[in-house]
Write a protein that binds this ligand. Structure first.
Ligand SMILES: Cc1cc2nc3c(=O)[nH]c(=O)nc-3n(C[C@H](O)[C@H](O)[C@H](O)COP(=O)(O)O)c2cc1C
Length: 197
């Protein structure tokens, strides 16, 4: 499938057939997600991947009882990582390892530190969360490209997820994405026909 065919045939799957996606395919999807674009390359996402049936069954009631949760192969929980100084330090280390010039590293670190310092907690969270949705886009189209299906889902209780998955303070579930093999049929696409102003 070329990219247009992937985009046109992907759909929000409402029910999966329970079959497991091979681990190497899941790994390929993680790689596509990992390569997503992000503002200043801050990569403010972390993924929790759940395939344990008991945990999925426990998460279903805090996901509006949506059937995708217990019929999927794996559930990707996209977390926004608001530890922005942590991201900056990791990028600094990568720049050092890659032999980047000292002045380039300093320019990047100074600029980013000053930007991050200007944000309050809400600002940090929303900055981190914005990047997560770009990664979600890669996951949705990436899944189709790799031969399986997905559903972006905002219908879940982020605080309950945070608690049940024992996530650290800096991580907040932003969106979830079950993946698997569809056991339903796509509905006709409904799209506004003119989005260009
Ligand atoms: C952020 C976000 C949250 C969504 N939440 C849910 C959800 O909780 N349950 C669900 O079945 N679909 C959910 N959807 C899927 C949308 O309803 C779907 O993408 C839209 O209707 C377009 O249909 P299509 O993706 O099949 O083309 C969500 C989509 C997005 C992007």
């Amino acid at each position: 499938m070329n990219f247009k065919e992937i985009v046109m045939s992907r759909y929000a799957t409402k029910k999966f057939n329970g079959e497991k996606i091979p681990q190497d395919k899941v790994d390929e999807l993680i790689e596509l997600i990992r390569y997503s674009a992000s503002s200043f390359n801050m990569q403010t996402w972390k993924l929790k991947i759940i395939s344990d049936p008991k945990m999925l069954a426990d998460l279903k009631p805090v996901s509006f009882n949506q059937e995708q949760i217990t019929t999927c192969s794996h559930l990707l929980v996209f977390c926004a990582d608001s530890d922005l100084m942590g991201s900056i330090n990791r990028i600094k280390q990568m720049m050092l390892d890659s032999g980047a010039k000292e002045e380039d590293i300093k320019a990047y670190i100074d600029m980013m530190t000053s930007y991050v310092s200007s944000l309050d907690e809400n600002g940090k969270n929303s900055y981190a969360r914005d990047q997560v949705f770009i990664a979600l886009g890669n996951a949705l189209n990436g899944a189709k490209a790799l031969g399986f299906d997905s559903c972006p889902m905002g219908g879940f209780d982020p605080m309950k997820y945070k608690e049940m998955l024992n996530l650290s303070d800096n991580l907040m579930p932003a969106v979830i994405c079950p993946i698997g093999y569809a056991a339903d049929e796509p509905r006709p696409k409904m799209r506004f026909d003119n989005i260009v102003l």
